[in-house]
Design a protein around this ligand. Structure first.
Ligand code: AMP
Ligand code: MG
Length: 428
C-alpha cells in the first residue's frame, strides 16, 4: 500500500491544521477498502448484514400469472364494447388450488387473490361491481384488458439479480430472499473493532471515584455505537497515559482487529508523545478538524507487527464524551460502513427546521449542536437546542433527537432562522 500520509498530504486542500469536515470524510473514505472475508449464513442470520454477492433469482416472482383481486376471471375479447356483458360461471380458482380447465368464449371463473389465472383468461373484474343471476355473471362496461392481474416475473425475473451485492439486508430484503425460496446467502464478515480509553484520570465501573477522577463513559458509548452498527467489539479497557502501555495496547489491538478506536490523548497537550510513538507504529495523521465539538482527531494505519498480521485502521478520537460521539457519527460511522462493504453508502438525511432559540456560531468550522424536534401550528418542523452544549455534557446527546448542523461558513443563528437538522433515528 502506498504511504497513507503521502496520500493524505498530496490531496489538494489538505491542511492538517484546519481540515474541513467534508474533506476529512472524503480523505478517509477514499483510503478504505471493504473487508474481503465472506460467510455463508442462513436467512435469519443475514438480517443487518452486508450482502457479499448478488442474489440471483432462481425463479420468476410471481411464478405464474395470477389475480390481484377477488373477482371474475374472463377473456377481455368477450366483453361488449358498450353496456353490460353476460358470462357463464363455470367454476372457481383459489389461491393454491387452480381451476383446472379452460375458459372458453362467453365463460368466466370466480377467482381469488393470488389464484393462478386459468388458461384463456387475460382480465379480472372485481366482484364488487358485478351481479350474479343464477349461473350468469353480469359485467358492467368500462373494463380494461389485463386489469387486476399480476404477470409472471413482474417483480423478479429468473436469472437476474434480485438484490445487489453491497446492500444491507433489512427486513424487506430478507423477505425477498425468502420469496425466492433461497435459504442461505453470502455476507461480508463482521468488522472487528478494538477499543480502549486513554487517561490517567479514568476510573472503571466498580472502582471508587478518587479525587479528580471520572468514570470512563467513552468505552460504553463506543461499545453501544459499534454494536448497533453490527461490529464485533473487542473492549481493551483503560490504558494509562504512558508510552509503553499505549504502545503495547496498539500492538495487541492491531493483531486482532480491523479497526482500532481510542478516545482521549490527541489534544495539543497530550499529542506529542503519542505522535512520536505512533510514528514508530504506523502512519498516522493528526488532524485539527474545523468542527465543534471534536477538533483533534488522529487517523491512519497501525502497521502489522509480523508477516502474517494485517495491521489495523486507527481512529484516535478526542476524550470529551460528546466529541467522541460526534466524531464517531461524522467520520467513523461512514468509514466502518465502507469497510463493512456497504455500497452505495447510505445518505444521511437532513431537512430544514426553524430554530426556536438563538445560537452562537463562528464562521470557519462546522458545528453539530444537539436539538429537539417539534412542529409548529402549521405543521412545519421546529428545533430547539438541548440546553448546555459543552463537549463534555453527554446529557445534551441523551436529550436530543437530532443534530443541528451549522455549516462551515455560517455565522450566528437568530431565533426563527432556518437550520439543517439530521434526525438521530437515521444515524444513531
Ligand atoms: P483528553 O482528550 O484526553 O484531553 O480528554 C478531554 C476530556 O475528556 C477530559 O476532561 C477527560 O477527563 C475527558 N475524558 C477523556 N476520556 C474519557 C472517558 N473515557 N470517559 C469520560 N470522560 C473522558
Ligand atoms: Mg486524556
Amino acid at each position: 500500500m502506498s504511504s497513507i500520509l503521502q496520500a493524505l498530504s498530496c490531496a489538494d486542500n489538505y491542511d492538517p491544521n484546519s481540515l474541513h469536515v467534508e474533506r476529512a470524510r472524503e480523505l478517509i473514505l477514499g483510503l478504505l477498502p471493504p473487508v474481503t472475508g465472506i460467510e455463508r449464513v442462513f436467512i435469519r442470520q443475514a438480517l443487518d448484514r452486508v450482502l457479499a454477492a448478488d442474489v440471483i433469482s432462481p425463479i420468476d416472482v410471481p411464478s405464474h400469472d395470477n389475480s390481484a383481486m377477488d373477482g371474475w376471471a374472463l377473456r377481455f375479447a368477450d366483453l361488449a364494447t358498450g353496456g353490460e356483458s353476460r358470462l357463464k360461471n363455470i367454476g372457481t380458482a383459489f389461491a393454491g388450488r387452480a381451476f383446472d380447465g379452460r375458459v372458453g368464449a362467453g365463460e368466466t371463473v370466480r377467482i381469488m387473490t393470488g389464484a393462478v389465472l386459468p388458461e384463456g383468461v387475460d382480465t379480472v373484474v372485481i366482484q364488487e361491481v358485478t351481479r350474479v343471476e343464477g349461473d350468469a355473471v353480469i359485467i358492467p362496461a368500462g373494463q380494461q384488458r389485463g386489469q387486476n392481474t399480476r404477470r409472471a416475473g413482474e417483480d423478479l425475473q429468473a436469472g437476474k439479480p434480485a438484490i445487489p451485492a453491497g446492500r444491507k439486508l433489512r427486513p424487506a430484503e430478507i423477505g425477498i430472499i425468502a420469496s425466492l425460496g433461497v435459504a442461505e446467502v453470502s455476507v461480508r464478515r463482521r468488522l472487528r473493532v478494538a477499543l480502549f480509553s486513554t487517561g490517567d484520570e479514568l476510573c472503571s465501573i466498580g472502582q471508587a471515584l478518587t479525587e479528580g477522577a471520572v468514570y470512563d463513559s467513552n468505552r460504553y458509548t463506543l461499545w453501544g455505537m459499534l454494536t448497533r452498527l453490527g461490529c464485533e467489539v473487542i473492549d481493551m479497557g483503560v490504558v494509562r497515559d504512558d508510552p509503553a502501555a499505549l504502545e503495547a495496547a496498539f500492538r495487541d489491538a492491531a493483531a486482532c482487529a480491523d479497526v482500532i478506536i481510542t478516545s482521549g490523548g490527541v489534544s495539543v497537550g497530550e499529542a506529542d508523545f503519542i505522535k512520536q510513538m505512533m510514528a514508530q507504529l504506523g502512519e498516522v495523521a493528526f488532524w485539527k478538524i474545523a468542527m465543534k465539538p471534536g477538533r483533534p482527531m488522529a487517523f491512519g494505519r497501525i502497521a502489522p507487527d509480523g508477516p502474517d498480521r494485517s495491521g489495523a485502521w486507527l481512529f484516535g478520537l478526542p476524550g470529551n464524551p460528546v466529541a467522541v460521539m460526534v466524531t464517531f457519527y461524522q467520520f467513523v460511522r461512514p468509514a466502518l460502513l465502507k469497510l463493512a462493504g456497504l455500497a452505495p453508502l447510505p445518505v444521511v438525511p437532513g431537512f430544514e427546521a426553524r430554530c426556536l432559540e438563538p445560537m452562537k456560531k463562528s464562521p470557519g468550522r462546522t458545528e453539530y449542536q444537539r436539538g429537539i424536534l417539534g412542529r409548529d401550528e402549521s405543521g412545519a418542523w421546529t428545533v430547539r437546542p438541548t440546553g448546555a452544549q459543552g463537549s463534555g455534557v453527554l446529557r445534551s446527546m441523551a436529550d436530543a433527537d437530532c443534530f443541528i448542523v451549522l455549516e462551515h461558513e455560517r455565522g450566528k443563528v437568530g431565533a426563527g432562522d432556518t437550520v439543517t437538522v439530521q434526525p438521530m433515528a437515521a444515524i444513531v
